[in-house]
Design a protein around this ligand. Structure first.
Ligand code: FAD
Length: 287
């Protein structure tokens, strides 16, 4: 099923993101966690694509397995660190596996890589154009950044490029994580003002360790509200307490989003079924 059809149903949707193992020896463990996540019956499950090789070989396999578990899957695909031949092959594999949804991404530029280089896709829009050629029936989504993409000159320039990639054929967007909903509301207003009308899934990251928060901030530069920082300062050294804090803070964000009419939520599960289950349990009556 296409995600665009799921999102058009005018109801609250919660989708979940998983990632493939780094080592083949861990494949069964990871797939076991993904099966538990699939049992939660989300709107769909997306599977990330490792930057610069690494775990990318499993994305199609896992997405296909998710479909075989009776769930809708979406395969992420990045382009900046692959040759066009590799990208074409990946799209053909996704199509052959019967995966109907693709999250088209540029990917982060690996350290030390010449950018722009030769024989290289520079932006996600070029990947969208290639998918449209090879697999025109696919439903394509993309990424967006409420606090601006780190490489972008400013927010207006960033939104201008989001509009271009949506116009090239993206049916929906998923946001980078944020911990302050007012940032998302403000961003959504700016996207709509720029004429971007597609659904914008709110990306929610349940933070369950202090290290995870530090890494998230380092990667995405997201603002951490003082209220949340105080919670992590108080409980960050205790796993059990932090799991509960992560579930509660994410739940609060989601309840506020739904109450304000933002009905499409995407949870970064980090392959932790118990965390995703805790959140879904908390909001079961709202769905
Ligand atoms: P683009 O849309 O290409 O934008 C990248 C930058 O280029 C922005 O600053 C934009 O303003 C600018 N830009 C865009 N078009 C143009 C243009 N025509 N001219 C000039 N500038 C332009 N990474 C992975 O490796 N694997 C994953 O599975 C993965 N999943 C993700 C899922 C989500 C929901 C999100 C939010 C991010 C994900 N990422 C993933 C990270 C993502 O690959 C990086 O953030 C990457 O740096 C940008 O990807 P993009 O598709 O947003 O790029």
């Amino acid at each position: 099923m296409k995600i665009s059809d799921i999102l058009s149903e005018n109801k609250v949707t919660v989708s979940l993101e998983v990632f493939p193992p780094k080592l083949s020896a861990n494949f069964d463990n990871v797939m076991g966690a993904i099966e538990k996540i699939a049992n939660l019956n989300p709107a769909f499950i997306s599977c990330t694509y490792g930057a610069g090789g690494g775990t990318s070989e499993y994305t199609v396999k896992i997405s296909k397995n998710i479909n075989e578990l009776g769930q809708v899957s979406m395969a992420h695909l990045t382009c900046v660190s692959s040759s066009s031949e590799t990208i074409i092959k990946q799209i053909e594999d996704i199509k052959a596996a019967g995966i109907e949804n693709i999250l088209a991404l540029r990917g982060d530029i690996p350290e030390g890589m010449a950018f722009p280089g030769t024989n290289q896709f520079l932006h996600a829009i070029e990947l969208v154009e290639m998918i449209k050629k090879i697999y025109p029936e696919a439903c394509i989504g993309g990424a967006c950044y409420p606090e601006k993409h780190p490489d972008a000159v400013d927010k207006n320039e960033d939104i201008k490029h989001i509009k271009e990639k949506v116009d090239a054929g993206m049916s929906f967007l998923t946001t980078q994580m944020f911990f302050d909903n007012s940032i998302y509301y403000n961003y959504l207003y700016r996207l709509r003002e720029a004429g971007i009308t597609v659904p914008v899934l709110a990306g929610i990251m349940p933070i369950t360790t202090r290290r995870m928060l530090e890494r998230s901030v380092q990667l995405s530069g997201t603002v951490v509200p003082a209220r949340f920082k105080a919670m992590v300062d108080a409980f960050g050294d205790n796993n059990e307490k932090m799991n509960q804090v992560g579930i509660i803070y994410a739940t609060e964000q989601i309840v506020d989003l739904i109450a304000n009419g933002c009905t499409h939520i995407h949870i970064y599960t980090m392959n932790k079924p118990e965390i995703a289950a805790g959140i879904l349990n908390n909001i079961s009556a709202l769905m």
